[in-house]
Design a protein. Structure first.
Length: 93
């Protein structure tokens, strides 16, 4: 038993399925904590960070970018400094 498939039906099905796809892409720029000292975290990897920008660590602690160096940024921690350690991940907000 052979079933005839119409090209227009397949096209309609594919079109309907493609309409439901979310094509928006969100890229997060992330960095890695190199050092924490006196309430300041040195962070590598945030090439596009700007002065006074708010950063967020994986554990929810926030920081403000204060110093822009060639290969790292310095950010003042806005929370408990003992909760941020070397190797932690931080992202721009």
């Amino acid at each position: 038993m052979s079933e005839n498939i119409k090209v227009s039906e397949v096209s309609d099905i594919l079109r309907h399925q493609l309409e439901g796809i979310d094509t928006r892409v969100q890229l997060d720029e992330i960095g890695t904590v190199l050092q924490v000292s006196d309430g300041v975290a040195r962070i590598y990897g945030l090439r596009n960070a700007e002065a006074n920008e708010l950063l967020e660590f994986d554990n929810g602690i926030m920081a403000i970018v204060m110093n822009l160096e060639e290969d790292n940024v310095g950010a003042v921690l806005l929370g408990s400094t003992d909760k941020i350690k070397e190797g932690y991940v931080v992202k721009r907000t």
